[in-house]
Design a protein around this ligand. Structure first.
Ligand SMILES: Nc1nc2c(ncn2[C@@H]2O[C@H](COP(=O)(O)OP(=O)(O)O)[C@@H](O)[C@H]2O)c(=O)[nH]1
Ligand SMILES: [Mg+2]
Length: 220
């Protein structure tokens, strides 16, 4: 029917420091085949098309632009700021500098978005909770425990810092693990729902009336 075909593709840019797991998150979300052993090549630029089921009976399409990770104090290239409907900012909670970088990116988005409404979410990829390999390091177990504890404390404090910043900026903050596909659904489903408000809020009321009338005629 006419109304069900008004489709819009939400354009989303994912960005953050190099190596925080942006590509791993997208590959896992879309293909579901990423493991710790997967070799992920560093990104120059890639586009993914995700079809998200937001539970409204239809699937919503997101076109996601995967960016090369930012390093140091490099700014997000201007052209990324020109077109998207949403940004996904990713950081690694065990790396405070990857979180610090998001403040600058958010500032750039605010500066260039003009009057357009841009939806932003922040994702913490809890990658360091997983050990890449059970390495045979010579340090004894109590040293290991201490190291582990210090690491966890640092992660907790970065997560708290991120939570506070997101609350101040009114941004949703999610924690995921790129290696667990199910942990990725919530942020992407909520993002798609935000970009595609329910049909009743259609910006074409005339069209709705028209189709309602038509269906009445059909029924008679
Ligand atoms: N153990 C673990 N490794 C991860 C995780 N996410 C990404 N990686 C690895 O970290 C490296 C960098 O990830 P990538 O997705 O390329 O980062 P990007 O630069 O942000 O796109 C890759 O070798 C990934 O396999 C994670 O959640 N856990
Ligand atoms: Mg990448």
């Amino acid at each position: 029917m006419l109304t069900s075909k008004i489709s819009k593709v939400g354009k989303v840019v994912i960005c953050g420091a190099k190596g925080v797991g942006k590509t791993a998150i997208l590959e896992q979300l879309i293909y579901g085949n990423v493991t710790i052993e997967s070799e992920i090549h560093s990104t120059i630029e890639d586009t993914y098309v995700a079809s998200v089921d937001t539970g409204k009976g239809s699937r919503d399409t997101l076109r996601i632009y995967d960016t090369a990770g930012l390093q140091g104090s490099v700014q997000l290239p201007r052209h990324y700021l020109a077109y998207p409907d949403a940004f996904i900012l990713v950081y690694d909670p065990s790396d405070p500098s990857s979180l610090d970088m998001l403040g600058g990116i958010k500032g750039d988005i605010d500066k260039y978005k003009d009057k357009k409404e841009i939806f932003i979410i922040v994702i913490a990829n809890m990658r360091s909770r997983q050990t890449r390999s059970a390495g045979s390091s010579p340090i004894n177990s109590s040293q290991q425990q201490l190291h582990h504890q210090l690491n966890n404390d640092a992660i907790e404090s970065n997560l708290t810092r991120a939570n506070n910043w997101c609350a101040r900026e009114r941004i949703k903050h999610y924690t995921v693990n790129a290696m667990e596909r199910a942990s990725l659904y919530e942020p992407f489903v909520q993002l798609a729902s935000r970009l595609y408000p329910p049909q009743t809020k259609s910006s074409f009321p005339q069209l709705r009336q028209l189709t309602q009338k038509t269906s009445k005629v059909d029924n008679s």
